[in-house]
Design a protein around this ligand. Structure first.
Ligand SMILES: Cc1cc2nc3c(=O)[nH]c(=O)nc-3n(C[C@H](O)[C@H](O)[C@H](O)COP(=O)(O)OP(=O)(O)OC[C@H]3O[C@@H](n4cnc5c(N)ncnc54)[C@H](O)[C@@H]3O)c2cc1C
Length: 474
């Protein structure tokens, strides 16, 4: 049996990789990665610099790991819908295998590949998530739209199996036709694709991902239930990009956390619950792929969003005058990550305070987040806006000052990302415009010069949003 094992960018590992392990056990396995211009054309890659950097680093490590196991990752350029069927024929494989994607673009690609492969079987494995997306239904057979109900069904029915170890060795690559050898390319560097590497983006690859998980479970893990919301602390696991690109499998993260946090039941419950949110996001995307372009709640379609270029720019650049919102904007651009609590505050601010269409913010996050993931990002944005599944009720409008005071009490998060406010006392750090003149002078803050004044008043913005929703929803 000769199998083409198609790595597709969300499974960049050798451990717990069922398609690879089964292909190797069944005979000859040819590991393949296709540099599809959809993502890897320089003009596309430059649009998603942090994800590309992480992905290429992970891909280079995957190629090295496969080589150490005795085989080689074949890397070719081209449209995967054409390249994969061509190679499958040239290499005379018996089947093609890979992990299933839930995203509509992945499904469309796979539909075309299946058609072009014709008589050659194309077997897609579940495994990007713990539960098959779309596999859990309510008692009446409907998709879940409420997280707690989904999580209960998940707990009742999903048995998370132990992850497989990496294979000890892989069968050597069969001799490839000369024509194919000529098409093979090396894993490109970010610079090859016009992306300047950003040293603050987390390291890619399986080894770094495992180290991050281990460090979390041995470090802040046992306090996760408390620490997860504190924006100034490193209290979360930072493995979201590893799950997104599959340098860690979902069950590896689940099972390691389950075991390591066994004596800290509150932290364990809280952590596993977040992993179930990820499951839920994929379930929603499976049932309602249109959420990537439309609000989940139909009543929100044609909502009267405002055109506010000045507000949008301030939100993107971190000059809204609300420190937590600005800190999150700068964190995103600087290191391709934003703390979850800050994501919620920032998303809420754009959609509710500024009344800018949440989809613009969603797209901006997808551009710069290293963990940018269609399912989780969309769920997060629609939740924060109030138009998604199990949404934050639309009439609850986060007050960025109170949120800051509660979840960044000493202002560490703000000070880290807004050095111009670093010397301001704790009492004013989340509302510099209320600080007495003497305090501003002492801290070297000149409002409107070194740091922005608020671009909109909170009470006014809240009323404006509530009126807009009432007017629209009736
Ligand atoms: C507006 C908005 C946009 C978001 N965009 C993304 C995104 O593009 N990609 C992404 O992976 N997450 C996204 N999230 C969810 C969450 O913010 C990140 O997963 C989390 O901050 C990643 O940090 P961590 O790995 O330290 O998380 P931890 O707190 O350590 O959580 C562990 C893992 O659970 C999963 N998880 C945690 N919270 C959520 C959640 N609310 N929804 C889905 N999965 C979750 C992630 O895989 C995460 O790595 C978004 C949330 C919001 C509010």
């Amino acid at each position: 049996m000769r199998t083409l094992v198609w790595f597709r960018g969300k499974d960049l590992r050798v451990a717990d990789h069922a398609p690879l392990a089964e292909a190797a056990a069944a005979g000859e396995a040819i590991p393949l990665f296709v540099l599809d211009p959809y993502f890897f054309a320089p003009e596309r890659a430059r649009e998603i610099p942090h994800r590309i950097q992480y992905l290429l680093e992970s891909l280079a490590e995957l190629a090295r790991s496969i080589e150490k196991l005795g085989s080689r990752l074949v890397v070719v350029r081209g449209k995967s819908t054409e390249v994969v069927p061509e190679l499958a024929r040239e290499l005379e494989v018996d089947r093609v295998v890979g992990y299933r994607w839930t995203e509509p673009i992945g499904k469309e690609r796979d539909r075309r590949v299946t058609k072009a492969l014709a008589e050659i079987p194309f077997d897609l494995y579940d495994g990007e998530t713990l539960a098959t997306p779309g596999g859990l239904l309510t008692g009446s057979g409907a998709p879940f739209a409420v997280f707690t109900a989904y999580a209960r069904a998940f707990a009742r029915t999903v048995e998370v199996e132990a992850p497989r170890r990496a294979p000890r060795s892989l069968p050597p690559l069969p001799k490839l036709p000369r024509r194919l050898g000529a098409r093979e390319v090396a894993v490109p560097s970010p610079e090859d694709l016009g992306v300047t590497p950003n040293p603050r983006v987390v390291r890619g690859g399986e080894a770094a991902a495992r180290a991050r998980l281990r460090a979390f479970l041995r470090g802040p893990g046992p306090r996760y239930d408390v620490g997860r919301d504190l924006m100034g602390e490193a209290g979360t696991s930072r493995v979201s990009q590893d799950l997104k690109f599959g340098t860690l499998s979902a069950r590896t993260v689940w099972r390691h956390a389950e075991e390591a946090l066994a004596e800290h039941p509150k932290a364990r419950r809280a952590y596993l619950n977040e992993l179930v949110w990820r499951e839920f996001a994929y379930d929603v995307l499976e049932h309602r792929p249109e959420v990537l372009t439309e609000p989940f709640k139909r009543a929100w379609r044609r909502f009267p969003w405002r055109e506010d270029e000045a507000g949008w720019r301030a939100w993107v650049e971190g000059t809204t005058g609300y420190p937590v919102v600005d800190a999150s904007a700068r964190q995103l651009l600087t290191e391709g990550f934003v703390h979850n609590r800050a994501r919620m505050i920032s998303a809420s601010f754009l959609a509710k305070h500024l009344l800018v269409d949440f989809r613009r913010g969603e797209e901006h996050f997808m551009r710069f987040l290293t963990d940018g993931d269609w399912a989780s990002n969309d769920l997060g944005w629609q939740w924060s806006t109030g138009c998604g599944v199990d949404a934050q009720p639309w009439f609850r409008v986060f007050n960025p000052v109170l949120q800051g005071e509660k979840f960044d009490a000493r202002g560490d998060y703000v000070r880290r990302w807004l050095p111009e406010l670093a010397s301001l006392g704790d009492r004013w750090i989340h509302q510099p415009w209320e600080a007495p003149e003497a305090e501003l002078a002492r801290a070297g803050v000149a409002l409107g010069e070194t740091y922005a004044r608020p671009i909109v008043d909170h009470a006014f913005a809240r009323q404006r949003f509530l009126a807009a929703v009432k007017g629209h929803l009736g």
